[in-house]
Write a protein that binds this ligand. Structure first.
Ligand SMILES: Cc1cc2nc3c(=O)[nH]c(=O)nc-3n(C[C@H](O)[C@H](O)[C@H](O)COP(=O)(O)OP(=O)(O)OC[C@H]3O[C@@H](n4cnc5c(N)ncnc54)[C@H](O)[C@@H]3O)c2cc1C
Ligand SMILES: *[C@@H]1O[C@H](CO)[C@@H](O)[C@H](O)[C@H]1NC(C)=O
Ligand SMILES: *[C@@H]1O[C@H](CO)[C@@H](O)[C@H](O)[C@H]1NC(C)=O
Ligand SMILES: *[C@@H]1O[C@H](CO)[C@@H](O)[C@H](O)[C@H]1NC(C)=O
Ligand SMILES: *[C@@H]1O[C@H](CO)[C@@H](O)[C@H](O)[C@H]1NC(C)=O
Ligand SMILES: *[C@@H]1O[C@H](CO)[C@@H](O)[C@H](O)[C@H]1NC(C)=O
Ligand SMILES: *[C@@H]1O[C@H](CO)[C@@H](O)[C@H](O)[C@H]1NC(C)=O
Ligand SMILES: *[C@@H]1O[C@H](CO)[C@@H](O)[C@H](O)[C@H]1NC(C)=O
Ligand SMILES: *[C@@H]1O[C@H](CO)[C@@H](O)[C@H](O)[C@H]1NC(C)=O
Ligand SMILES: *[C@@H]1O[C@H](CO)[C@@H](O)[C@H](O)[C@H]1NC(C)=O
Ligand SMILES: *[C@@H]1O[C@H](CO)[C@@H](O)[C@H](O)[C@H]1NC(C)=O
Ligand SMILES: *[C@@H]1O[C@H](CO)[C@@H](O)[C@H](O)[C@H]1NC(C)=O
Length: 626
């Protein structure tokens, strides 16, 4: 009997734990680094080293590693070190090559396509945040500026450990890039060594696992997997995996670690609610497991506490969720744009009717995604709404929507659903449909945000605060900004009551409202500063109308006031303790990340960008050098 138990235990260990993916079995050992001072492991966590410098070292500094050092480092990596070349180099005569009209025009045409940047070792999508070092504009300069200097194209854990050790021992700024979707420059940085985790895409379906309170199906996922990678994998194993709405967004990098809302969040919570266990390279260069039993503080923090802060995650075991069907529909109406246009008054009454329906829709686990735009400078407005509702047929959804549709009809809005109703057998099917209609590659570009996680109280119809909330959102559109709203309620109940670091504001939210402004590659700092400040004065009203609510750190204003409580809520003090324990010397840095108030980027250009030295805060001329 005891023998049988032991055997079963062994089988369990072998099955689940193959524990590592093959790329994680290649690890750095003490003997590898015994004779290499700049590659040695860090002291055990908790012991700060004595750094005499207030700033990270920078190219040109005397203590910046020599070319020989970099070459030796590259050898230990097996040749995986890449020297950054800005992808828009063909648009410029300069250090990276000579102007090539054909190549330049093709770069230009792809520069607003996420596929292009996700496949580049260093480029980010919202390039303003790097200081726009090399835009696809021949008239602009092209420099390395806010890009990392070198990138490790990681295909093994050992390479990541070597990179962390090399950066820490040489006092070099360290960056992690997965896809480069992040809006505020958290996946880039001047004078840095970056690790690119994009190619860590392994996958394994685990039919049964017991970890912590969870027993059931699971999957082991490489940190580089993107939403579009997951649809066929879900389909093949007849499971559901929570993933982002944008097909090229990484499902297990900054998205998951910072929260991660999804079409299926009303049923299953957020991305951060999915991991059962993680594998992480920590600031001392060691490779550890973080789960409910082992390093549980790290495990808690890395589920909601933000990317690039506590360690480099290489893989996770996540819940494999049941397959459910969905019905979906779209509605669009506008004022002043085409032959179906209605009056401006009727337009806003239509939006109000939708806002009044949000709580009713939340009761059936709807994910509502809407965009309100003012596409021209005149009195023209457009609203498009997509609703995705689980476990309903198309006719049930039609019936459910009929009170709302009657209200729209009474306003003269053509609310015919004829062409938009769809049924999907699974979340994977929904994803396939999205891919076949849009291709792999979201449209992206220079984008800034401001956002608010509005709780239920703001959306109780017929209350004063409802009216005020409606008016405050309307005012932002009237001022020329785009609103993207995710009407989603990832409650603690939907998430299965996990103990993790997700911003508590998410658990009460019924609408993640974002105000967005995008700008061309030839922007000026003054133009953005004006747009930012004007929006901020309007969003102040959003904050006043939802006291104690927060903002979603992954789709937010980098200049959000009191960001510690807005992005992390009551978790902030505990998160800071975890940060101090696991990264006492600040190996990892992300702007507005936990503990980042101890640092500043001495940026140039007058905007809060990453194109400057990273230094201890309060030793220079203010956070952003302005
Ligand atoms: C088109 C588009 C659609 C989006 N859709 C959604 C959506 O549906 N839901 C939603 O919640 N958000 C969405 N977002 C926002 C998204 O959550 C953030 O952009 C997020 O930062 C992307 O994470 P990433 O790993 O793909 O990107 P990256 O920019 O590569 O990384 C983001 C941050 O995570 C860190 N990081 C990455 N990998 C790791 C790792 N392995 N270990 C530790 N740190 C790591 C990086 O250093 C950086 O700080 C969308 C963004 C865009 C541009
Ligand atoms: C840190 O380094 C400085 C300069 O080298 C030295 O004066 C100081 O005593 C050191 N402090 C500790 C705690 O080792
Ligand atoms: C690293 O080594 C590889 C293989 O030898 C080489 O192709 C690459 O250019 C080197 N990287 C750098 C930055 O020198
Ligand atoms: C990075 O590594 C992957 C996997 O080995 C390889 O396919 C890719 O070409 C490399 N990319 C660059 C830019 O070196
Ligand atoms: C999903 O899987 C089913 C059954 O395995 C298969 O018939 C179907 O074609 C798959 N769908 C897609 C879009 O690949
Ligand atoms: C897929 O899983 C669902 C439950 O999640 C189950 O009802 C269904 O029978 C499964 N389909 C196949 C083909 O295994
Ligand atoms: C209403 O919208 C539907 C679907 O978009 C369209 O087919 C129909 O022609 C429209 N009707 C009118 C009167 O505009
Ligand atoms: C982006 O590029 C990819 C790959 O080339 C393509 O499939 C996709 O359609 C493009 N997307 C857009 C919005 O242009
Ligand atoms: C809210 O606004 C509507 C429409 O303007 C108005 O009819 C209603 O009385 C207002 N309700 C409250 C509580 O202010
Ligand atoms: C497990 O469940 C208990 C009781 O519901 C809860 O207190 C605990 O936080 C849960 N543990 C984890 C790791 O989620
Ligand atoms: C940017 O370029 C557009 C034309 O492509 C031009 O109309 C606009 O004035 C330029 N803006 C600035 C700030 O240079
Ligand atoms: C602070 O700003 C002044 C004037 O702009 C400049 O001369 C000085 O070097 C700056 N100091 C630091 C530490 O950056």
């Amino acid at each position: 009997m005891r023998f049988l138990t032991a055997l079963l235990l062994l089988l369990q260990i072998l099955r689940v734990g193959g524990k590592y993916f093959p790329y994680e079995r290649v690890q750095l050992s003490e003997s590898d680094v015994v004779a290499r001072a700049n590659l040695k492991f860090g002291k055990t966590s908790g012991q700060a080293t004595n750094s005499s410098s207030n700033c990270k070292t920078y190219p040109g500094d005397t203590d910046w590693p020599s070319l020989t050092d970099w070459g030796n480092f590259n050898d230990t990596l097996g040749g995986a070190l890449i020297k950054t070349v800005p992808p828009a180099w063909p648009c410029h005569n300069g250090p990276f090559g000579t102007y090539d009209a054909g190549k330049c025009s093709s770069v230009k045409s792809m520069f607003s396509n996420s596929s292009f940047h996700m496949n580049d070792p260093a480029s980010i999508m919202s390039s303003w945040a790097s200081g726009s070092a090399c835009p696809p504009e021949p008239s602009a300069p092209c420099t390395i500026d806010g890009y990392p200097v070198y990138v490790v194209n990681a295909t093994t854990v050992k390479q990541i450990q070597l990179a962390v050790n090399f950066a820490r021992n040489n006092n070099i700024r360290f960056v992690i890039k997965n896809t480069g979707h992040e809006f505020n420059g958290k996946s880039t940085g001047a004078g840095s060594l970056s690790v690119w985790v994009h190619h860590l895409k392994s996958f394994e379906y685990i039919p049964a696992v017991t970890i912590g309170n969870y027993s059931g199906k699971a999957a082991r996922v490489g940190t580089g997997l993107q939403a579009f990678d997951l649809y066929p994998l879900m389909n093949a194993s007849n499971i559901t995996l929570l993933s982002p709405g944008g097909d090229t967004v990484g499902a297990y990098g900054g998205y998951m670690q910072g929260g991660g809302h999804s079409v299926i969040s009303p049923l299953f919570g957020l991305g951060a609610d999915q991991p059962l266990s993680m594998q992480v390279v920590t600031a001392d260069g060691r490779f550890v497991t973080a789960d409910p039993q082992t390093n549980s503080d790290l495990f808690w923090a890395m589920r909601g506490g933000g990317g690039s802060t506590f360690g480099v995650m290489t893989s996770a075991v996540v819940k494999a969720l049941p397959v459910t069907s969905f019905a979906s529909l779209s509605i669009a109406f506008n004022a002043g744009l085409d032959t179906s246009a209605i009056s401006v008054e009727a337009f806003w009454e239509g939006v109000r009717a939708y806002f009044k329906d949000i709580l009713r829709q939340a009761e059936v686990n709807t994910y509502g995604l809407f965009v309100i735009n003012t596409p021209t400078t005149s009195q023209s407005f457009s609203m498009s709404l997509k609703m995705i509702v689980p476990r309903m047929t198309v006719s049930e959804l039609t019936q459910f929507m009929s009170p709302f549709l009657s209200e729209l009809k009474a306003l003269g809005i053509n609310a015919s659903l004829a062409n938009s109703l769809q049924h999907h057998n699974s979340f994977a099917d929904y994803g396939f449909h999205q891919l076949t209609t849009s291709g792999i590659g979201d449209r992206i570009g220079n984008t800034r945000y401001s956002s608010r996680l509005f709780p239920k109280e703001n959306f109780e119809p017929d209350t004063l605060v409802f009216n005020q909330t409606f008016d405050a959102i309307k005012a932002v559109v009237q001022a020329g900004y785009q609103i993207i709203g995710d009407a989603v309620a990832p409650t603690l109940q939907s998430a299965g009551y996990p103990d993790n670091a997700v911003n508590p504001a998410w658990r009460k939210a019924v609408l993640h409202a974002t105000a967005i402004y995008a700008f061309p590659t030839n922007y000026t700092a003054a133009m953005i500063k004006e747009q930012h400040d004007r929006l901020d004065s309007l969003v102040r009203t959003w904050r006043e109308l939802s006291p104690g609510a927060g903002s979603y750190l992954n789709e937010a204003d980098i200049q959000e006031p009191d960001w510690q409580s807005s992005f992390y809520g009551s978790n902030y003090p505990r998160l800071l303790k975890v940060k101090e324990k696991w990264d006492p010397n600040g190996v990892f840095y992300a702007t507005t990340g936990v503990g980042s108030e101890a640092w500043e980027v001495r940026a140039s250009g007058g905007l809060p960008t990453q194109n400057g030295r990273l230094c201890r805060a309060n030793t220079g001329n203010g956070t952003y050098g302005v």
